[in-house]
Design a protein around this ligand. Structure first.
Ligand SMILES: NC(=O)c1ccc[n+]([C@@H]2O[C@H](COP(=O)([O-])OP(=O)(O)OC[C@H]3O[C@@H](n4cnc5c(N)ncnc54)[C@H](OP(=O)(O)O)[C@@H]3O)[C@@H](O)[C@H]2O)c1
Length: 228
């Protein structure tokens, strides 16, 4: 399998590169020019295409010939960056490719997610702060995902809980809606979020799903274990 990782130099991206290499996949990584050195540990084993991940020509070149595309939807900045990235991937992905996108729990596909008061408060505060200093754009990921959900491509949108660093605990569990009891712990190891993204490439049951994930050893996952 030939896999393109868009946003390869970030924390999630580097874990995805490692998981993909562990599976023997051929990897093409896209990252900002100034971040290329963050991929030094992999430079002899992957192809790196430097450039903005919302640059359509860069994405067109990077995804050519790929069967799988893993895209980090970046929450930073105020340039509609995530929307630009997602649109370019949707436009230029080879027909039939599996497209996996990362985002947060705040994305809802059908409006049936039930958010705990703490998350609602966090979003309100984030919106208030970014109104003054626009360092993140919550609505950009929302627009990016709206376009993905409408697309006829073979997409999966993986909605991450709060993240922590640490050793892998195994493949996270997932549910359709935030608010489902299995997700209550709201914590996943970042390395396992990356694992879920990479595993999704070969899991056709996740096509046209927006799984909300939580660590498989989180208390709520252990209490409410279900098998998908
Ligand atoms: N952090 C969380 O708690 C959390 C929770 C749930 C879901 N998620 C999702 O997980 C994914 C990865 O998030 P992460 O927090 O783990 O961060 P991350 O993997 O470090 O990713 C950040 C990405 O954003 C890029 N970036 C940073 N500043 C930028 C800017 N101003 N303009 C353009 N690109 C910029 C980085 O590129 P460079 O390497 O070039 O800097 C990197 O590719 C995201 O889709 C996020 O929505 C995160």
């Amino acid at each position: 399998m030939k896999v393109c990782i868009i946003g390869a130099s970030g924390k999630l991206g580097k874990y995805m590169v490692q998981h993909a290499l562990d599976r023997g996949y051929e990897v093409v990584g896209v990252c900002r020019e100034r971040s290329v050195n963050k991929l030094d540990a992999f430079k002899d084993r992957i192809t790196i295409i430097p450039g903005a991940t919302n640059d359509r020509e860069i994405i067109k070149k990077a995804v050519a010939g790929c069967n799988g595309i893993l895209t980090v939807l970046v929450p930073w900045g105020n340039q509609h960056y995530s929307t630009g990235t997602a649109q370019a991937v949707l436009n230029f992905a080879p027909p039939g490719a599996r497209l996996i996108f990362s985002c947060g729990w705040h994305i809802t596909r059908d409006g049936k997610d039930v958010y705990p008061p703490s998350l609602q408060r966090e979003e309100k505060i984030a919106r208030w702060i970014t109104h003054i200093v626009p360092f993140i754009d919550l609505d950009d990921q929302i627009e990016a995902c709206r376009r993905i959900f409408k697309s006829a491509t073979r997409w999966t949108v993986v909605r991450g809980s709060d993240l922590e660093e640490g050793e892998s605990q195994g493949l996270p569990v997932w549910s359709h809606h935030v608010g489902d009891p299995i997700l209550a712990s709201n914590l996943t190891r970042r390395v396992d979020y990356a694992l879920f993204m990479v595993e999704a490439l070969t899991n056709d049951a996740l096509i046209h799903e927006a799984p909300a994930i939580v660590g498989c050893r989180a208390p709520s996952a252990l209490t409410h274990a279900i098998i998908h």
